[in-house]
Design a protein around this ligand. Structure first.
Ligand code: TMP
Ligand code: MG
Length: 212
């Protein structure tokens, strides 16, 4: 008698602007479905420390160079993500390649160029885009001090991010109204996450590759 093959975990991505409530929802979802969470940028690695210094305006960097570091920061976690999924564990990423493209494109880099270093990353089984109107965002108070936390950039990022879901080979993409009551946002997220997990378990398909 062979042991039943273990079903892999689901890869869930949460995207959205600063102040959309991503981190809150990530921890609530993770608790509900018992998942591992990874926040990008992952600031504790040597690459992550360079990114942290750049975001904190302690260092300057060419736009292309910082873009590649953000991507490298995802690639350095791929092994861990794949091993967890293989092990049957769900993984939730707080930001992913979509943030990478949106923030760099907002600075004027070409879309195709921005996309290429992330080609082949593990394909999300679901991306939840926490969408917020500029009005509701403004009611949530002032931005922090980090680079990009300014209205002009956030508006460009929102436009680009909300279009990324209709590109090919990005995986299932759902937009969630993040302006609702916090518990309702969680409820909407969980409904989608549960569907995605059911689909992974039903299909038994291996994890795909982003943008391929
Ligand atoms: P955080 O506030 O979620 O820690 O993200 C830090 C900033 O980095 C945020 O403004 C979004 C930006 N960012 C990029 O520019 N490229 C990326 O690839 C990622 C993951 C984040
Ligand atoms: Mg931030």
């Amino acid at each position: 008698l062979g042991a039943a093959k273990k079903v892999r975990g689901a890869l869930i991505v949460i995207e959205g602007l600063d102040r959309a409530g991503k981190s809150t929802q990530v921890s609530r979802i993770a608790q509900s479905i018992t998942a591992k969470t990874i926040k990008f940028p992952e600031r504790t690695t040597p690459i992550g420390k360079m990114i942290d210094s750049y975001l904190g305006k302690m260092s300057e960097m060419d736009d292309h160079a910082i873009h590649l570091l953000f991507s490298a920061n995802r690639w350095e976690k791929v092994d861990e993500i794949l091993r967890s999924l293989d092990d049957g564990q769900h993984v939730i990423c707080d930001r992913y390649a979509f943030s990478g493209i949106a923030y760099s494109c907002a600075k004027g880099l070409s879309h195709d160029w921005c996309r290429s270093p992330d080609v082949g990353l593990p394909l999300p089984d679901l991306t939840l885009f926490l969408s917020l109107t500029p009005e509701v965002a403004a009611q949530r108070g002032a931005y922090g001090e980090e680079r990009y936390e300014v209205v002009a950039i956030q508006e460009k990022v929102k436009t680009i991010l909300s279009q990324l879901g209709s590109e090919t080979n990005v995986g299932p993409w759902q937009t969630i109204d993040a302006g609702q009551d916090i518990d309702k946002v969680t409820e909407d997220c969980l409904a989608e996450v549960k569907k995605a997990i059911d689909s992974v378990q039903l299909k038994g398909a291996p994890i795909g590759k982003l943008f391929t």
